[in-house]
Write a protein that binds this ligand. Structure first.
Ligand SMILES: NC(=O)c1ccc[n+]([C@@H]2O[C@H](COP(=O)([O-])OP(=O)(O)OC[C@H]3O[C@@H](n4cnc5c(N)ncnc54)[C@H](OP(=O)(O)O)[C@@H]3O)[C@@H](O)[C@H]2O)c1
Length: 256
């Protein structure tokens, strides 16, 4: 999708981090942007910020875990704009705990938000994209969806699932002219780490800024790229893991 001007773009997780930065970039490209997330005040703050880039911005409070409320939101958007051209699935949560100490409620919440949230949004949006024979869907995966990381077992599972879902849909939806991209960032400077489970994290990894990830998302849409791993060094790590699995086994075991 080369020209994004006047495209209707729905962004989940748009009140913060990568979702908000992407909504801003899409607004700068001339898109009509619809922001989705759960917390009204955070969403309103993002709405006011994005209003400085475009007149055409709408905010919808919606929990992506709930299929009925996603369907209601999407039908209202289609009623207003007649079409949805771009869907960015950025709503997500991450709890960093050993598998042993992760409660079933926490596990369910991560799978429901990161995986079913994405499934719910794609399910409700594609009938309109198929009808219009056009669309771009960007799923935010993670480097943890390519390299399983200790203390992130359920999060990794949710993101491996996102990569698998994206791969299958890439082939399945091609005939309807719907392009699928999966963006797999490494650690990015967002509120995702404000969850209490990250407080004792001693990892000194250099963080990317969400604005950088957002620019790469825009490039992926324009150039119809299927898979993007960020930054470049993470791409090398992800490929290296497949070529030299023994080294990764040693490295990750040593980190424990
Ligand atoms: N930051 C990183 O290091 C990193 C790395 C790789 C991948 N990612 C992925 O990037 C995506 C965006 O994360 P981020 O880092 O930008 O985190 P963030 O700053 O915490 O943003 C998460 C967004 O998702 C929304 N959200 C959470 N649960 C939701 C739900 N059930 N329904 C609707 N909206 C929901 C949040 O708003 P409300 O809480 O108000 O709903 C917020 O707008 C996630 O999928 C994450 O897994 C992040």
């Amino acid at each position: 999708m080369e020209n994004l001007k006047d495209k209707v773009a729905v962004i989940t997780g748009a009140s913060s981090g990568i979702g908000k930065a992407t909504a801003i970039e899409l607004a700068k490209e001339g898109c009509k942007v619809i922001l989705i997330s759960r917390t009204k005040q955070k969403l309103l703050d993002a709405f006011n910020e994005i209003k400085t880039f475009t007149e055409d911005v709408t905010a919808v409070v919606c929990d992506v875990r709930n299929y009925d409320s996603v369907e209601k939101a999407v039908l209202a958007i289609i009623k207003k704009y007649n079409q949805i051209d771009i869907l960015i699935n950025s709503a997500g949560i991450a709890i960093r705990r050993s598998f042993k100490n992760t409660s079933l409620d926490e596990a369910k919440d991560m799978i429901d938000t990161n995986l079913f949230g994405t499934i719910n949004c794609i399910k409700t949006v594609i009938p309109n994209m198929i009808k219009n024979n056009t669309g771009a869907i960007v799923n935010i995966g993670s480097i943890a969806g390519l390299i399983a990381l200790p203390d992130l077992s359920i999060y990794s599972a949710s993101k491996f699932a996102i990569v698998g879902l994206s791969q299958a849909l890439y082939y399945e939806l091609k005939k309807y002219n719907i392009q699928i991209s999966v963006i797999n960032p490494s650690a990015t400077n967002t509120n995702i780490f404000s969850n209490e489970s990250w407080q004792n994290d001693k990892d000194n990894t250099k963080l990317m800024e969400p604005e950088f990830v957002a620019m790469e998302i825009i490039k992926a849409i324009k150039k119809k790229k299927f898979s993007v791993v960020l930054p470049f060094s993470a791409r090398l790590k992800a490929s290296g893991k497949n070529i030299f699995p023994g080294i990764y086994d040693w490295y990750l075991s040593k980190r424990r």
